[in-house]
Structure formats: C-alpha cells, structure tokens
Design a protein around this ligand. Structure first.
Ligand code: HEC
Ligand code: HEC
Length: 287
C-alpha cells in the first residue's frame, strides 16, 4: 500500500478540484515549452514590455503589455513564479483554474483580451504541461499596473471544468481544431459585433480591425472561400503562418505571433491546414 502510494505520487501529481494530473516529467515540460513558445504563444501578450511597449526579452513572461480598448485598459500580468509580483504563491490547481476558466484564487475573474473562451478547450495533460513550464521559468520581480474594465466582467466564462480529454493527433482535422482553439486563431480571425462579441456564425471570416503601434491591421478570411484561402496551396498557408509573409513575400503586420509560430511542427501545421480547409466558406467580413 505504502509503496503503491509512493509510486502514484511520484508519477502523477493529482491536483485537487480541477482533477488535472500533472506528469512532472521531462516529456510534460518539453510539451509545455513547445506549446507556450509555439502555437499557444502566451508570450505574445505576457512578454515583459518597457515604457514604450518595447519587448524586454530578458524579463521573460513578467508582463506589462497594455491593451487599450473603449471597453478596457488591460495590462498583461506577470506569470513568472515570482512570489510577490508573479504567480509563485499559486498552487497548480489554482493556476489551472486561472488559465482554463479565468478565475483567480481570490475568485476574481480574469478579463479580456486573455482568450479564456478558447482556453476552456485545454486538455488536462496540455494544461499540466503548460503549468510545469511556467513553474520552471526563472522568477522575475516586475510589478505591473492593475487592469481597468469599463464593462462588467462575466461572473464566469461557463460552468466549472473538471476534466478535458486529449484529442488524438491521428484525427487530423479534429486535432487541428484543437490547436486552433488553444492558439485562439479565431479570436482575431472572426468578426465582432458592435458590442465587441465574436460573431461565431461567421467563424474565420476575418475583417476584425486590430489597432496598435503598427497602425491598424485587419484580420484575413481563413475560410475556403475565393475571398479567403480557397486558392492558396498548403505550402503558402504554412509559409504565411510560420514566416509572416503573404504569397508575394510581403511581411504581415502584428499582432499575429509569427515569431512563435515558426516553431510549429510540420504535423501540427498540416493539422491546422486540414481544419482551416474544413471551415464553412464565408465571404470576407471586412472591406
Ligand atoms: C491576447 C493576450 C493574452 C494571451 C494570449 C494570454 N494572456 Fe494571460 N492575461 C492577459 C491579460 C491582459 C491579463 C490580465 C487580465 C486582467 O487584469 O483581468 C492576463 C492574465 C493572466 C493570468 C492572471 C494572473 C494574475 O496575477 O492575475 C494568468 C495566470 C495568465 N494570464 C496566464 C496566461 C497563460 C498561461 C497564457 C498562455 C496559455 C496566457 N495567459 C495567454 C492577456 C493574455
Ligand atoms: C492576435 C490576432 C491574431 C491571431 C491570434 C492569429 N492571427 Fe492570423 N492574422 C492576423 C492578422 C491581423 C493578419 C493580417 C495581417 C496583415 O494584413 O498585415 C493575419 C494573417 C493570417 C494569415 C494570412 C492570410 C491571408 O489571406 O493573407 C493566415 C493564414 C493566418 N493569419 C492564420 C492564422 C492561424 C492559423 C492562427 C492561429 C494559429 C492565427 N492566424 C492567429 C491576426 C491574428
């Protein structure tokens, strides 16, 4: 009995409540690194920023990027394991609930633009891998300003989640959809209504205007329509995502996380393309 308990507790760390089993092994850590530094790209928002918004790579995921919108002035949090200014004091279960459900240990709700609606899809094992990765980061002391919301945040983004099963990579289209969810592609590539809500009946139709220091970029139509990716080859789509250039080699503007996406594996890129090809064809939702 004793021996069994010992084996179980070293192989698996059962996290109370969330029911997430965090395999604290090298494979999980490597998976977390691959996801966070790739398709999930937490750093596209959480990388430390200086006073002029310039990325401070040596300060890692210690936050500070400001997002100004009529509805909010949000500031990305410090998600390094610093005890005072980061998430160092949070348990794995608390981190899991924050990332997948948008609820902090003090029960407050994490606001936009953190894409919680998409993060609700994280499988238990990928969530555990991401937490293992965050825990292994060097702690960075970096106090960031508090976000201000001019809108009422929802009490929650949905019912509590106990468990999310992994989608097998052998099911290419379904796995591609999973990757697109955890990469929150559709958060930018779907048009919004006048209240700022995603128009999910136009999933992937683009046309969202995204202002920033780069001026304004407009998200593209990713559906298999002539105004979207219908006439693009797989190789052209893959090049656009990984290298951030269009079919003529012209670089795209931010904020899509091309610098992260360059490390997406060939198999994962093929799954993403299979998913995009399966979307309902839609006319480009922009002008
Ligand atoms: C599109 C931008 C964006 C992305 C991508 C993003 N976040 Fe966030 N995140 C934010 C913002 C902004 C806040 C602060 C929101 C607030 O103040 O309510 C935040 C808050 C958090 C918090 C709460 C921390 C605290 O101290 O309150 C955690 C934990 C977190 N993010 C983890 C992650 C992880 C892990 C990822 C990748 C899986 C991620 N975020 C991806 C923008 C983002
Ligand atoms: C933070 C917002 C954002 C996210 C997240 C995002 N994109 Fe984009 N994407 C854009 C914008 C904006 C453009 C156009 C940039 C420009 O025109 O300079 C773009 C361009 C593209 C293009 C080029 C298409 C064309 O017609 O030129 C492809 C393909 C693409 N994105 C796929 C994806 C995929 C797949 C994901 C998820 C892994 C993703 N995007 C995530 C904002 C985003």
């Amino acid at each position: 009995m004793r021996l069994r308990t010992a084996i179980v507790s070293t192989a698996l760390l059962m996290l109370g409540g969330a029911g997430v089993a965090a395999a604290t092994d090298a494979a999980s850590l490597a998976r977390g690194k691959y996801l966070v530094e790739g398709v999930v790209a937490c750093g596209n928002c959480h990388i430390a920023r200086g006073a002029k918004g310039e990325p401070l790579f040596d300060k890692g995921l210690s936050g500070g990027m400001a997002f100004d919108d009529p509805a909010f002035n949000a500031v990305a949090s410090n998600i390094t394991p610093d005890m005072e200014t980061g998430i160092g004091k949070w348990t794995d279960a608390q981190l899991a609930k924050a990332i997948r459900e948008g609820i902090r240990p003090d029960k407050s709700v994490i606001g936009p633009p953190m894409p919680i609606a998409f993060y609700r899809h994280f499988s238990d094992s990928d969530l555990a891998a991401i937490i293992a990765y965050l825990r292994a980061l060097p702690p960075v002391k970096n106090p960031v300003a508090k976000s201000r919301y001019n809108i009422a945040l929802p009490p929650a983004y949905g019912p509590p989640i106990t468990s999310v099963k992994s989608t097998p990579a052998s099911n290419k289209r379904a796995y591609g959809e999973y990757l697109a969810n955890i990469g929150h592609c559709m958060e930018c590539h779907t048009p919004r209504d006048d209240k700022g809500m995603l128009q999910l009946d136009k999933l992937g139709a683009g046309g969202q205007k995204i202002p920033g220091p780069w001026g304004e970029s407009v998200s593209r139509n990713l559906t298999p329509h002539p105004t979207g990716l219908k006439d693009w080859t797989d190789a052209q789509i893959i090049k656009a995502v990984r290298e951030g250039v269009d079919r003529d080699g012209k670089p795209y503007k931010p904020p899509m996380g091309f610098a992260f996406y360059k490390s997406i594996s060939d198999a994962d890129m093929a799954a993403l393309v299979a998913y995009l090809r399966s979307l309902r064809p839609q006319t480009f939702a922009g002008k």
